[in-house]
Design a protein around this ligand. Structure first.
Ligand SMILES: Nc1ncnc2c1ncn2[C@@H]1O[C@H](COP(=O)(O)OP(=O)(O)OP(=O)(O)O)[C@@H](O)[C@H]1O
Ligand SMILES: [Mg+2]
Length: 261
């Protein structure tokens, strides 16, 4: 099903440049910036999923720069590789070809320990919320702070983060006793509780009503402006575009030039 979505997305796409030269130009327009205080620098990334003797190319020579204190919204058809790109940037997947520097660390040659260290500086809001059912909202958020002990200090930090996302009254609730929108906000609280330098969010507002969406977007903007972190959010939600510094469209594993803001 997903493979046909990829093929369908080619048909729906804005005309794709056919030559490598043009693709590079498109990437430069869309994602690459002059060297400076970049938190992400991707060059010619390729990524294939290999299964059952077959190989599915998902990222096809993608290049991208993300600067410090920048909020970038990443859009594109289903199956175009957005989540794959986010998980590569978040060091949750191993890069196969190309160069990917995140927070100054080249991931193409990083050890497992390097990737773990890097992941501690990154907050991740997953497309599926990935909360543990056996833990309360507070414990799920505390988990991001310290895997071994849920000490008083961590509990307070978790409570702060949950209050920021409007869930101060749900600290003791387990995921199965919360709405989907509340679970989404717990996963946002978990992503921000460590004060990450880079926030990666996959459809962070998909399950939220207008009021919660506004609150989350204002919080993301504050976080970026006050703490200088950067954010890449995959989104199809038009409500999120207002807080973007840049909107980048992706298709067929590459970037299209984003709409200038
Ligand atoms: N673990 C996997 N093994 C094999 N193929 C995969 C795997 N994960 C994703 N794919 C395929 O790779 C392609 C890109 O998937 P990805 O999840 O990155 O797309 P996406 O742009 O995030 O889509 P959506 O908007 O639906 O979330 C899809 O065709 C998908 O079926
Ligand atoms: Mg996805």
């Amino acid at each position: 099903m997903r493979t046909s979505e990829v093929l369908a997305s080619k048909d729906d796409a804005v005309t794709l440049d056919s030559t490598a030269e043009r693709t590079t130009e498109a990437n430069e327009d869309a994602g690459e910036r002059p060297a400076g205080s970049q938190v992400v620098r991707a060059r010619e990334i390729h990524y294939d999923y290999v299964s059952g003797g077959g190989s599915l190319p998902v990222l096809n020579g993608l290049s991208l720069d993300i600067a410090e204190s920048e909020i970038v919204m990443l859009t594109g058809p289903s199956g175009s590789g957005k989540t794959t790109l986010l998980t590569l940037i978040g060091a949750l997947r191993t890069i196969q070809r190309g160069s990917l520097e995140v927070l100054g660390k080249e991931l193409a040659c990083a050890s497992g320990a390097d990737r773990l260290t890097l992941r501690r500086e990154i907050g991740f809001v997953f497309q599926t919320h990935n909360l543990l059912d056996a833990l309360t909202a507070s414990q799920n958020v505390s988990l991001a702070l310290e895997l071994k002990s849920v000490c008083r200090e961590n509990r307070d930090k978790a409570a702060d983060a949950l209050t920021k996302v409007g869930l101060g009254h749900r600290l003791g609730h387990r995921p199965n006793a919360m709405s989907i929108g509340e679970c989404q906000r717990v996963s946002i609280a978990r992503a921000i509780v460590n004060r990450p330098r880079l926030l990666l969010a996959d459809e962070p507002t998909a399950a939220l009503d207008n009021k919660s969406t506004e609150r989350m977007l204002a919080m993301f903007r504050d976080l970026v402006d006050a703490e200088g972190c950067s954010m890449i959010a995959v989104t199809h939600d038009p409500r999120t575009m207002d807080v973007a510094d840049r909107i980048i469209a992706m298709d067929d594993g590459r970037l299209h030039p984003g709409t200038p803001l």
